[in-house]
Design a binder for this molecule. Structure first.
Ligand SMILES: NC(=O)c1ccc[n+]([C@@H]2O[C@H](COP(=O)([O-])OP(=O)(O)OC[C@H]3O[C@@H](n4cnc5c(N)ncnc54)[C@H](OP(=O)(O)O)[C@@H]3O)[C@@H](O)[C@H]2O)c1
Length: 332
């Protein structure tokens, strides 16, 4: 299969490094597997024979690869002309327009190209449209990395909880806010100081509202609700309160009573993101920039998975989605 990667930033580059590391495994599933293209905001790098992933994995910019990089080249054209079988979307998240990922995913699915996305914007806005488009065109649409990054939430649900009725999902879905709250919990620092340190370490953006006002976590609640609980959720349906008002005194008081204050996303009849008291012994009570997702179901009762919700580890989810598609597509 021929893979096209859209986005060669943090995730895109680490994805290519992982492909390079795991090329023997990928080729053992599909001996014709190759990366034929990489797109950035500047243009598209393309070779129908397949790019040298070892060389690519050592580059900072796709344009440094050589003359195969076409400034101004368009991903849409490649998808429409049948130059790719699968696209990995690692473009910046935009939850207002979904772009550029939304157009890439729509174009791919309309042209019979399978999709693996780490960009959650398109799913937050148009989950059902894209799911139906994939079904109608016989394509796979996979998005494990969009919620809690490296945690295999959707595959756990798909493969292991098919017979269960999911009653509720709750999760620590944003690493930045968890880092800030953990610092307040363990070091007794104020919200402002903890946020400042998170920004200095590169965990929080200069404008941190996307994380600390619960916007990012609410996006993940929307995807979980739609993909796992069959809801028809939109971003505006999620009641949302962030962590700006959580004081050091409240964290200390909670701690003395055996609780930690955590920003929890809940998917049930009243989807919500808000700071909640989590008992210190509860499996959701993870610290630092870890994420955790807790399923309540009729048969299994309770299952929690914990792991890295951002960072290089995210490529595990992306690459496993790609491998799952290869295994289903390749007839040996
Ligand atoms: N970072 C994480 O830990 C993490 C975890 C889970 C999910 N994600 C999601 O993964 C996606 C990528 O994240 P990232 O951290 O890799 O972002 P990033 O470092 O900002 O990289 C984004 C890449 O997308 C490219 N791009 C921008 N506009 C484009 C366009 N129109 N067509 C093609 N490429 C375009 C950029 O090109 P230029 O290089 O030319 O600017 C850049 O290479 C985001 O949606 C993010 O939410 C990230």
């Amino acid at each position: 299969m021929k893979l096209l990667l859209a986005g060669f930033g943090f995730i895109g580059k680490n994805f290519i490094r992982a492909v390079n590391e795991k090329i023997t495994l990928l080729k053992s599933v599909d001996r014709d597997f190759k990366v034929v293209g990489v797109a950035t905001s500047q243009g598209v790098l393309y070779s129908s024979r397949g790019l040298d992933v070892d060389k690519l994995s050592r580059l900072e910019k796709a344009s440094q690869y050589g003359e195969e990089f076409e400034f101004g080249g368009s991903v849409k054209e490649f998808l429409e002309e049948g130059d790719a079988d699968i696209i990995v979307v690692a473009t910046p998240t935009n939850i207002e327009t979904g772009e550029p990922g939304l157009t890439y995913i729509r174009t791919a699915l309309k042209n019979g190209v399978d999709v693996v996305t780490a960009d959650k914007g398109p799913l937050v806005l148009e989950f059902w449209e894209l799911t139906r488009l994939a079904e109608r065109n016989g394509c796979y649409l996979m998005y494990e990395a969009t919620v809690a990054a490296a945690l295999p939430i959707f595959s756990l649900y798909r493969e292991c909880l098919q017979a269960d009725r999911i009653i509720r999902i709750s999760g620590i879905l944003n690493g930045t806010t968890n880092y800030i709250l953990s610092k307040m919990f363990f070091e007794g620092t104020s919200f402002e100081l903890s946020l400042k340190e998170a920004q200095e370490r590169g965990y929080a953006e200069k404008d941190p509202s996307y994380d600390i006002d619960g916007i990012d976590a609410a996006c993940k609640v929307v995807i979980l609700g739609n993909a796992i609980m069959g809801k028809k959720l939109r971003f505006k349906d999620v009641k949302r309160r962030g962590i700006r008002d959580v004081t050091q005194e409240a964290v200390e008081l909670a701690k003395r009573s055996g609780y930690a204050i955590k920003l929890v996303g809940v998917v049930d009849d009243e989807p919500e993101v808000s700071p909640r008291l989590v008992p210190l012994r509860h499996p959701l009570c993870v610290h630092g920039n870890l994420n955790a997702v807790h399923f309540e179901t009729d048969l299994a009762k309770e299952i929690t998975i914990i792991g890295y919700g951002a960072g290089k580890e995210t490529v595990s989810a992306v690459l496993n989605d790609v491998l799952s598609i290869l295994k289903k597509r390749v007839i040996r």
